[in-house]
Design a protein around this ligand. Structure first.
Ligand code: SF4
Length: 218
């Protein structure tokens, strides 16, 4: 009884915001999936369990912010990137250690993924690179937290101008496709790519040429 009521609460309170701008977290994501999001295409609903996992991740972030403040590392948290036409985003924190400014991005994950992590995930590097770019800061830290065992790993990232240019070029190209209603191709290794396994637009994507989304926006 209680379980159903709690699940229902999450489902009724889920935000289904229409996407009108790119987010830094879209960097490295399948362009076709991002396109579907812009077009408000049919998607599988987020289940209540997943929403609770996201919420748990948020509370881990808040705990770390609290410690950083107490360490007096010159911390500002949840800072939006300067406004410009293409992309929005909010860095977890900017801090100062040994007179050097760093952008901090915190990621939480389960023990199994954490244990196998020997380098930062590619999509996380893309995101922190864009934060470095928009804040004009040269160094970043990706802090990974094991949600189950509370262990941590950190990786330092140096600003890479060429990578940021490439990422922004891809956003501009996708913006053109969204505006011209030109559906991006499936990922080359569809459906084996890990993104396809978690993609809420799988059914829409599988449909020939993705016509389903057009009926939704008509
Ligand atoms: S199923 Fe795969 S290729 Fe299709 S939109 Fe989703 S992530 Fe992209």
């Amino acid at each position: 009884m209680l379980k159903e009521l709690i699940d229902q609460f999450y489902l009724e309170n889920q935000k289904n915001r229409e996407q009108t701008r790119f987010y830094i977290t879209d960097a490295g994501k399948c362009p076709r999936a991002v396109f579907f999001k812009f077009k408000n295409a049919p998607r599988e609903p987020i289940d209540a369990r997943l929403m609770r996992i996201f919420e748990h991740g948020d509370s881990i972030h808040r705990n770390i912010f609290n410690i950083l403040y107490r360490l007096r590392l010159g911390v500002v948290t949840e800072i939006p990137i300067p406004s410009q036409e293409i992309i929005s985003g909010r860095a977890d924190a900017i801090l100062c250690v040994g007179n050097e400014n760093y952008v901090l991005d915190i990621k939480s994950m389960n023990s199994m993924i954490f244990r196998n992590l020997t380098a930062p995930k590619e999509e996380n590097v893309y995101q922190i690179q864009l934060y470095l770019h928009f804040f004009n800061i040269k160094k970043g830290i990706l802090l990974y937290i094991d949600k189950d065992r509370q262990e941590m790993k950190e990786f330092f990232v140096d600003y890479d101008e060429a990578m940021c240019k490439d990422l922004l070029d891809k956003f501009y190209a996708l913006k053109g496709q969204v505006e011209s209603d030109s559906l991006p191709a499936k990922l080359e290794d569809f459906p084996r790519n890990w993104q396809c396994s978690y993609c809420p637009y799988k059914a829409t994507c599988k449909a020939e040429k993705g016509e389903i989304y057009k009926t939704q926006i008509a």
